[in-house]
Design a protein around this ligand. Sequence first.
Ligand code: OAD
Length: 245
Amino acid sequence: MAHLDQLAERLRNATSVTVLTGAGVSAASGIPTFRGSGGLWRNFSATDLATPRAFARDPVTVWEWYAWRREQVASCSPNAAHEVLARWTQRRNSWRVVTQNVDDLHIRAGTLDLVRLHGSIFDLRCWNHCDASPRSWRDDRVPFPEMPPRCSQCGGLARPGVVWFGESLDPADVKAADALTACDVFIAAGTSALVYPAAGFLLEASAHGAFTVELNTETTDATGSVDLAIRGPVEHTLAEVDALL
Ligand code: OAD
């Protein structure tokens, strides 16, 4: 049976479906991925830009990089992959999306109950953890009126509301994503499946008895261990599978 038909049949028979997404899902919208050709980590140093230590040393440079990415995201639109996944969450209660992406394209496409493991590029937090400010707040002004942006409560530096290397994920998000690995079909879409804990979710899903699927343009470390790997642009694969449902 052709791969797309096989996936469609699994989905037709599934009650619960979890889709873990990564940067590849937003690639067709024009947002660069992190790894691979043209990936952000080819041209920029993660340790100089995406760690608390880098921010403490040079907040202006870190903010300039995030401000540039915010501009990029603001000028992009959801693609067919975001749209198919949004429809799935709207039509089926137990079909859910967990994303590592900090862009807001799943939300703009209308995805319900999205679990955002790495936060949002449009959220800010007080760098000093001041008591008066909420844990994070949304500020989608592009560009910022003032650089670097400040905490409106204490006037100190604000920081991007994303998870940096060396930081822990929000335990509530990890718990929510963990729970979603107990599903009938688990799909890893457009992710290099290298960064934990997300990388471990495929294994957990498999241990729970889920049928595991990878949708990617390339081979990854996860390819050999999934039940079905479909090579190709995820925006095409999802649109084609959706049409078969
Ligand atoms: P990566 O850049 O590591 O991987 C993107 C994956 O998408 C690669 O495996 C590509 O082959 C694949 N890809 C690219 N275009 C595609 C397309 N149109 N269709 C299908 N697949 C495509 O991005 P992530 O896996 O999301 O974390 O990276 C995980 C985390 O590492 C990110 O959230 C970020 C990063 O460093 C932090 O910044 C904390």
